[in-house]
Unconditional design. Sequence first.
Length: 362
Amino acid sequence: MKIAQIAPLAESVPPKLYGGTERIVSYITEELVHQGHDVTLFASGDSVTSAKLVPVTKMALRLNPHVKDPIPHHMILLDEVRRRADEFDILHFHIDLLHMPMVQDMLDRTVTTLHGRLDLPDLVPFYRAFPDSCLVSISDHQRLPMPPVNWGGTIYHGLPTDLLPPRTNTKDGYLAFIGRISPEKRPDRAIRIAAEAGMPLKIAAKIDTVDRAYWDREIEPLVRAHPNVEYIGEINEQQKAEFLGNAGALLFPIDWPEPFGLVMIEAMACATPVIAFRCGSVPEIIDHGVSGFIVDSEAEAVAAVGKALALDRAGVRAAFDARFTATRMARDYVSLYEDVIAGRTTPRLGTMLGEGPDLLVA
């Protein structure tokens, strides 16, 4: 099969540091090549891939200090895809909605994975205007705010099995927080949970410009006030294996409708259990009492720390291997590609999950 993977340009594929969507695009692309498909990747020029690379920009936009507006660069991306579209059996987009008007006359070979949150009011009229595009959700919960659309399926993310080696003999260690310093990620909860549990906490996270005031006002004072807390900063893929693998447990104390939460399965791959708040996709990802614990309060999270440290870490890794490998993810996408080409996806597929609440109607 000749497949085009169209990535966002904010980060390289794979990203050098933070970047969940581009990381998943890389895993899909490399596994499809491994499975024998002819894959072309449209991405930034500093991307590294075994597929054919079409470099749309010289480097990832987030790392380019001269880039102020990403939209013009993505318009160039779309024009490049449009001119070469007839070369492919399937065009797989990972850029949310920018391409929708362009692909309406080629829906029989177009798939779009929605990687972000879908509970924003402006998205409802948009997806009502384009109800026939084949969409992929990354969790069932992600679909809840949407109007009736053509869902091709829910395909959970996956990681290469050898990317993050399991560490089954870690003893207690520390609690880990990884991702981004932002109000919805709730690093403040992680700090209080670790303090109450009497455990060290290591925070590996980037601070975006938009969240700098939140760090200065809320989080940095908490870090200074708790000697058990260490802020490390943003880490790369190699550092992540050490950081997660040596942790006793990952804290995932989110306070927003997380569409997937890639770090949860990254921790599981390292055989590290996860203590996660019951938000968004969490109940779909964590097997309670096996790969971690799902909690509803900081008090429950504190109580779960000891139980998480006592879990069989080999069982945590087994839960990852059973559900969240890149091999499984790529095969699911190939099955969907075949359905799209054969016309087996159903336009305007409304389900109970897809019925958007009236309060979101614009």
